[in-house]
Design a protein around this ligand. Structure first.
Ligand code: NAP
Length: 239
């Protein structure tokens, strides 16, 4: 039994630990960050070269099943895996961690809509946590941004008035609250990533009375089989 595990998340690393070594798991990372947290077992790094490249790779490696445990906003790789597995008749599972309940957040469909919301509402000191690829939409918004990302965004994508905070979670409630207060933040912009690692910022924003603009998740590919937990994914692979 050989499984391709599309990763780049804590859940993917936990699944690799749970399956290894009874199941032969090859983890795949995009190669976006220079010093990625590596899963146990064999790892390949870098894109496959689109749908055709992934199809070829799966055939060459004689993979029996694919588990897609990528980030809920990694929609391209998720669409590619769903398409190629359907074509090849390979068992395919998506491990998608549960979304956060938006509560009182302003829910928007895209980074662009989030930027429009910030501009329309006149927020002036924004904590932007949509990641290195999520800054471009805010480039021309007239506000100051505290931008937190794992790796530095391309300078061309940054708004003029900003401070960069390069760090990787998990974050805790006290630290998040202190950050909001220190920088006198008046709006938090986040993706609905889900999970416990970055959730404390939502509770801190609520406590500080800071409004939240939350980018909704892209939909899963039609007909895809998805589970919400590592335990369910282990059960699926073992079955
Ligand atoms: P994406 O937009 O869905 O994918 C863009 C391209 O990157 C894909 O077409 C593929 O290239 C390559 N790729 C993505 N994930 C890959 C993987 N696990 N293994 C091999 N190639 C991969 O992805 P993204 O949003 O840029 O995210 C990239 C990676 O970072 C994902 O693995 C994801 O789990 C992780 N991540 C993303 C976020 C986020 O907010 N998006 C947050 C935390 C972690 P080819 O077409 O050449 O195959």
């Amino acid at each position: 039994m050989k499984v391709l595990l599309l990763g780049g998340t804590g859940e993917a690393r936990a699944l690799a630990v749970a399956l290894h070594p009874q199941v032969e798991v090859i983890s795949s990372l995009a190669g976006r960050v220079p010093d990625p947290a590596l899963p146990v077992g064999p790892v390949r790094i870098g894109g496959f070269g689109g749908v055709d490249g992934m199809r070829q790779w799966l055939q060459d490696a004689a993979v029996d099943a694919v588990v897609d445990a990528t980030h809920p906003f990694a929609a391209t790789i998720t669409a590619h895996a769903a398409q190629v597995c359907a074509e090849l008749g390979l068992p395919h599972l998506i491990l998608a961690r549960p979304a956060w309940s938006p509560g009182t957040a302003i829910v928007v469909a895209s980074d662009t809509e989030a930027a429009e919301t910030v501009a329309d509402r006149g927020y002036s000191r924004v904590f932007l946590t949509t990641g290195r690829s999520g800054t471009r939409a805010f480039k021309d918004v007239d506000a100051w941004f505290l931008i937190r990302a794992v790796t530095a965004p391309d300078p061309d994508t940054l708004p003029a008035d900003h401070q960069l905070l390069l760090s990787r979670g998990p974050y805790d409630y006290g630290g998040e609250l202190a950050l909001l207060r220190k920088h006198r933040i008046d709006a938090l912009v986040t993706k609905n990533s889900g999970g416990a690692m970055t959730e404390p910022k939502l509770r801190a924003a609520e406590a500080a009375g800071v409004p939240v603009v939350m980018v909704d998740r892209p939909p899963l590919p039609p007909g895809a089989h998805a589970v919400a937990t590592v335990e369910e994914a282990v059960g699926w692979v073992r079955r």
